[in-house]
Design a protein around this ligand. Structure first.
Ligand code: PGA
Length: 266
C-alpha cells in the first residue's frame, strides 16, 4: 500500500495552551490512523517541547518550522537545528514560502539551513514554489529549478544515510488562500519536473514529494492519486481537529505503492 505522509504545519496559529490541547486530542485519535499513514506535526518553537512529548508518545512525528544554521552563539531570537534535534524533533521545514517571502529568506540561506538540518540529524522538508506572477509569466519551472539547484546541487549526502529528502511543492499563490492548485497541474509539476530534477541533482537520496497549498478534506484524494505525490503539507486545515481528522480519513486510498524516486532507477 502507498505510504502516505500527512504533515501538519501549525505555523503561528496556536498558542502554548491551544497547542497542548490539540496535541492531546490528536494523540487520543492516533490509534485510529491507518498504518500506512505517517503523521508529523510542526508546532511553534514555543510549544514544541510540551506538545512534542505528547505527540511522540502517540507515535506522531514532530518537526521544527524553521531553524538557524549555527549551532550556538549570539543570535538573538534564533533556535538552531541542533537544539531542535536535542528537544526531540525528527524533521525540519526549510524554505517555506512564508520564510522566503515574508522574511526575505534567500536561496543561499535556505541552503545553509538545509545543510545544518542534515548535520543535526534531522530529516529535511524542503519547500519550493512559484508566485502567481511567476506562474502567469510561464516561469514556474524556471523558478523551481533555481530553488532546487540552490538547495541541492553538490549537497553532500552520505551514501549510507537512510533519511529521505522530502520536497514539498507549494505554489505560493495556493498557500492560505483557499485557491488550491488543481491536482492535475500539481501532479504534472511534481511528476514531470521536481522528481526528475531532484534525482539528477541528488542521486544518493530517496526523494519523497508532497503537495501543499490549501489542502482540505475535499481535495486531498486528488493529490494522493498522483504517482509521485506521497503526501501533503497542510497549514490552516491542520490546526483544527475536525478538519485535520477528516483529511486523515480521506487520505486513505487503496493505491499501489509508487516507484520511489530514488535516482537509482534511472
Ligand atoms: P495552507 O498552508 O494549507 O494553509 O494553505 C500550507 C503551508 O503553508 O504549508
Amino acid at each position: 500500500m502507498k505510504q502516505i505522509y500527512l504533515f501538519a504545519n501549525w505555523k503561528m496559529y496556536l498558542d502554548f495552551d491551544e497547542s497542548n490541547i490539540l496535541a492531546n486530542a490528536l494523540a487520543g485519535e492516533a490509534e485510529k490512523f491507518p498504518t500506512n499513514v505517517k503523521m508529523t506535526v510542526f508546532p511553534s518553537a514555543l510549544s514544541l517541547y510540551s506538545a512534542g512529548q505528547v505527540l511522540r508518545d502517540a507515535g506522531i512525528g514532530v518537526g521544527a518550522q524553521n531553524v538557524y544554521w549555527v549551532d550556538k552563539g549570539g543570535y538573538t531570537g534564533e533556535v538552531s537545528a541542533q537544539m531542535f534535534q536535542a528537544a526531540g524533533c525528527e524533521y525540519a521545514l526549510v524554505g517555506h514560502s512564508e520564510r522566503r517571502h515574508q522574511f526575505g529568506e534567500s536561496n543561499h540561506e535556505v541552503r545553509q539551513k538545509l545543510e545544518a538540518i542534515l548535520a543535526a540529524g534531522l530529516t529535511p522538508v524542503l519547500c519550493v514554489g512559484e508566485t502567481a506572477k511567476e506562474r502567469e509569466e510561464g516561469k514556474t519551472e524556471e523558478v523551481l529549478e533555481i530553488q532546487l539547484r540552490a538547495a541541492l546541487q553538490n549537497l553532500a549526502w552520505p551514501k549510507e544515510d537512510e533519511r529521505p529528502l522530502f520536497i514539498a511543492y507549494e505554489p505560493v499563490w495556493a498557500i492560505g488562500t483557499g485557491n488550491a492548485c488543481d491536482d492535475t497541474e500539481a501532479c504534472a509539476v511534481a511528476h514531470n519536473f521536481i522528481d526528475k530534477l531532484a534525482v539528477e541533482l541528488l542521486p544518493a537520496a530517496a526523494v519523497i514529494i508532497l503537495y501543499g497549498g490549501s489542502v482540505r478534506p475535499e481535495n486531498i484524494a486528488g493529490y494522493l492519486k498522483c504517482e509521485n505525490v506521497s503526501g501533503v503539507l497542510v497549514g490552516g486545515a491542520s490546526a483544527k481537529l475536525e478538519t485535520w481528522l477528516d483529511i486523515a480519513k480521506n487520505a486513505v486510498l487503496p493505491l499501489p505503492a509508487p516507484p520511489l524516486i530514488k535516482g537509482r532507477e534511472k
